[in-house]
Unconditional design. Structure first.
Length: 237
């Protein structure tokens, strides 16, 4: 059986679907293409996918609605394709659980790099410098071998790959101010885009999961004009 990653490409532009399908197959991926939400749902019911590349603007159900549906039924990573001027929709997409986005027009090689990066995060493959083991803060436990977060009472807290990468970046650098650009570089290896608010979105999502009062955070604090700082004492074992 072919064990290469299976990618679902969802785009109503046939030329883009065909281009991406050929390009990704050339780089050893299995690819299924869908033109809209109806075809995407049929494909999801019929097969198992490792990642979905989805256009934001689709006929019928758009990419935001489909991402919401995916997040309610599946943990499959999502990379969203967006037009350059659709910053608000990109932010909403990230809020709904998309793992990354690539603005159109895009270079297929950049998309390929993003796909590989997201798949590495989803599979939990360690980076060269990553330390493995248990990281503890305020009686919370982050298992970096299994990429799992546990509350003080032992309850598992589900994290998207993006949320996990952000939390790991913070706990590995406690009491240190990290700018948004630094966090983007650490978590995604991305060239900075002016006014990119994806880190703010991920911080907001993460705060809702680890703060007693997300509106008055004590663990992930905002530094005015600077970025964010993880204010907890961290113990690694």
């Amino acid at each position: 059986m072919d064990s290469s990653p299976h990618i679902l490409v969802v785009d109503d532009d046939r030329e883009i679907r065909d281009l991406l399908s050929r390009f990704l197959r050339k780089h050893s991926f299995r690819v299924t293409a869908a033109a809209d939400g109806r075809e995407m749902r049929k494909a999801m019911e019929a097969g198992k996918f490792d990642l979905v590349v989805m256009d934001l603007m689709l006929p019928g159900e758009d990419g935001l609605a489909l991402t919401r549906w995916l997040r309610s039924t599946s943990g499959v990573p999502v990379i969203m394709l967006t037009a350059v001027g659709e910053e608000t929709d990109r932010i909403i997409g990230l809020e709904m659980g998309a793992d990354d986005y690539v603005p159109k027009p895009f270079n297929p090689r950049e998309l390929l790099a993003r796909i590989r990066a997201v798949l590495r995060r989803a599979e939990g493959l360690p980076s060269v410098e990553s330390r493995k083991g248990i990281v503890t803060f305020d009686e919370w436990k982050l298992d970096t071998d299994r990429r799992e977060l546990f509350r003080p009472d032992g309850e598992l807290v589900p994290l998207t790959s993006g949320e996990y990468d952000l939390l790991l970046a913070l706990v590995e650098r406690p009491q240190r101010v990290l700018t948004r650009d630094q966090l983007l570089d650490i978590t995604r290896g991305r060239d900075t885009v002016p006014f990119d608010r994806s880190i703010d979105v991920q911080v907001s999502r993460l705060r809702r999961k680890i703060e007693n009062d997300p509106k008055d955070p004590v663990r992930i604090k905002t530094v005015r004009g600077g970025g964010y700082v993880f204010a907890c004492e961290v113990v690694k074992s």
